[in-house]
Design a protein around this ligand. Structure first.
Ligand SMILES: Cc1cc2nc3c(=O)[nH]c(=O)nc-3n(C[C@H](O)[C@H](O)[C@H](O)COP(=O)(O)OP(=O)(O)OC[C@H]3O[C@@H](n4cnc5c(N)ncnc54)[C@H](O)[C@@H]3O)c2cc1C
Length: 520
């Protein structure tokens, strides 16, 4: 059915609801947009890490001035996901510039370069990309260029303080003519899958399009009959806490470490250190998971009494300070049904490894807004199908990428033994086969039916980076007897030396930037 969209009601003013409102407004200036949220409710604090596309989305697509953003939101720049310990593997990075490690197929003696990367450089502390060097030196991406100008290495993402970010987005919405209504939706009237109206206790809201951005409450979506694709990941619970930390101790990476029944995160924001434990409740009780989390928090908290290092009574962590989340990894197979579009946690969620939710949903919000604009705000089933395809490709790609972290893991607890070797998807099987056959050269003409062209967010180099660091071999290199020439070794060593020196000499730390240069 053809619908003309002259006004939109977004229910839910969490980050994704506000970003969706801003996206729509940005390229559809005549569409009236309002956001209805029970704004008195505390903003969920979880979810502060992003990936590299966020800069382009915020400062490009949404036209948010970068200087103002830095001044008001005070992000911490993230250069990698730093796997400090993943089931006992040597530590490694998933940096935001992985292709910088990959020689192009056009490089003279490309095979030698690939082989050098395969054998030597992939996780060597002497072969750090600029992102990895930034983490190694605990720097920011900001540096003084040759003529003294302040400049930024741009292959980085953000760690955001949720309250600062959400407050900023609310301000921006008001400035851009989006009305923010403080109200709680308690009733959704439908006719089949079509929303007829939504009501709070004292008000009725009617719109051409409704957006469900109510997070896991799924207030509108749960009134529609839409198939849910359950990924079947066993991870379904998380604990989260914030501890004090000074700017001098900021680590510009999301740190990830495996636990007995899942994994811990460690995200530094401007104000504090955010720690979490994502675990599988089929394998551990909530009480035991909390004890394990306590021990972790104490081990990374500089203020923790050593007596608390084993958790329990001596721990610095009070159970009341810990937030608890539950989720099911999966998504609704159609994000946009009739006159209702679900987005953010209301639409789906994989799990927090690789911090994809906020950035992927912002990207989808921008895609939706662009589609609306390009169709002149008249939409039909073709438009819905196009958007729904983009959404499902996004979730499936994230699922596959996150999945390889588990399927190639080699941990030795019941949880890790079960996820190690699990079947992620047929496509991941084909990615594995391609690595075996062609090694790092992903420019070879692989048939379309492999599904590689459908990958969104993460592409083959991203998969190969994780796989190789988790010990995956490529039969192609294993079967060759390649000698890396002195020339190749010298040029690679020199390239990495220059990167290291540049970061060590020119880059500012987060504290130097905020307290010395920007003077906040
Ligand atoms: C353990 C965990 C870790 C995560 N880590 C990350 C991470 O590192 N990076 C990342 O990008 N994402 C992460 N996420 C996802 C993160 O939660 C989302 O990216 C982000 O919070 C945006 O969510 P949202 O806006 O969809 O929902 P929410 O933030 O939950 O917002 C929903 C809004 O809807 C409103 N609402 C609900 N019901 C009603 C109603 N009836 N009427 C009116 N308003 C209503 C609420 O008040 C709220 O403001 C994580 C999630 C979990 C569970």
């Amino acid at each position: 059915m053809d619908d003309e969209i002259a006004d939109v009601t977004v229910v839910g003013g969490g980050d994704v609801g506000l970003l969706t409102a801003l996206s729509i407004r940005q390229v559809n200036p005549d569409v009236r947009v309002r956001v209805v949220d029970d704004f008195q409710r505390e903003i969920p604090q979880v979810g502060k890490s992003t990936y590299r596309e966020i800069q382009q989305l915020l400062h490009g697509s949404l036209g948010i001035d970068e200087s103002r953003f830095i001044s008001e939101v005070k992000p911490v720049w993230k250069a990698s996901v730093y796997f400090r310990d993943w089931c006992g593997r040597p530590e490694f990075h998933y940096p935001f510039d992985p292709p910088d490690k990959y020689p192009s197929a056009g490089t003279p003696n490309a095979l030698e370069h690939y082989y050098y990367l395969y054998e030597e450089a992939h996780a060597s502390p002497d072969h750090l990309t600029r992102c990895e060097a930034i983490v190694d030196h605990a720097s920011s991406p900001w540096f003084y260029g040759p003529n003294g100008d302040l400049d930024r290495y741009d292959k980085v993402a953000y760690h955001l303080d949720t309250e600062r970010f959400n407050t900023f987005l609310r301000t921006l919405c008001r400035e851009r003519g989006i009305s923010l209504v403080d109200d709680e939706i308690v009733d959704v009237e439908t006719d089949g899958n079509r929303i007829v109206t939504i009501r709070s206790r004292g008000q009725q809201y009617e719109s051409d399009l409704y957006v469900d951005a109510t997070g896991f409450s799924r207030v509108l979506r749960s009134e529609q009959d839409v198939a849910f694709r359950d990924f079947g990941f066993p991870l379904d619970s998380a604990l989260n806490v914030r501890i004090d930390r000074g700017l001098a101790d900021v680590i510009p990476a999301t740190i990830v470490e495996s636990g007995d029944h899942g994994w811990f995160w460690h995200i530094d924001t401007y104000d504090d250190r955010d720690l979490g434990y994502v675990y599988a409740s089929d394998y551990v009780s909530d009480e035991d998971a909390l004890d394990e989390f306590r021990a972790y928090v104490d081990s990374v908290d500089p203020a923790a009494p050593s007596a608390g290092a084993s958790g329990g009574a001596g721990s610095v962590l009070d159970a009341d300070d810990v937030d608890h989340y539950e989720f099911t990894a999966g998504y609704f197979e159609q994000a946009w049904v009739e006159n209702c579009l679900a987005i953010g946690n209301a639409e789906g969620f994989v799990e927090p490894l690789q911090s994809t939710a906020l950035t992927a949903n912002t990207s989808l919000a921008v895609q939706f807004a662009n589609l609306l604009s390009s169709r002149g705000q008249r939409v039909d089933d073709d438009a819905r199908d196009a958007y729904n395809t983009a959404v499902s490709r996004t979730w499936e790609s994230i699922h596959d990428f996150v999945g390889v972290h588990y399927s190639y893991s080699t941990g030795d607890t019941p949880f890790w033994r079960d996820v190690g070797g699990m079947h992620v998807s047929d496509r991941v099987g084909r990615i594995d086969a391609a690595f075996d056959r062609y090694g790092y050269d992903w420019t070879v003409d692989i048939p379309d039916d492999e599904g590689f062209a459908d990958l969104k967010v993460f592409s083959l180099p991203d998969f190969y980076t994780i796989m190789r660091n988790l010990g995956v071999d490529s039969a192609f290199y294993e079967s060759l007897d390649v000698t890396v020439s002195d020339d190749v070794e010298r040029s690679e060593t020199e390239r990495y030396r220059q990167i290291r020196d540049q970061v060590a000499t020119n880059h500012l730390t987060t504290r130097e930037l905020y307290q010395g240069v920007l003077n906040f």
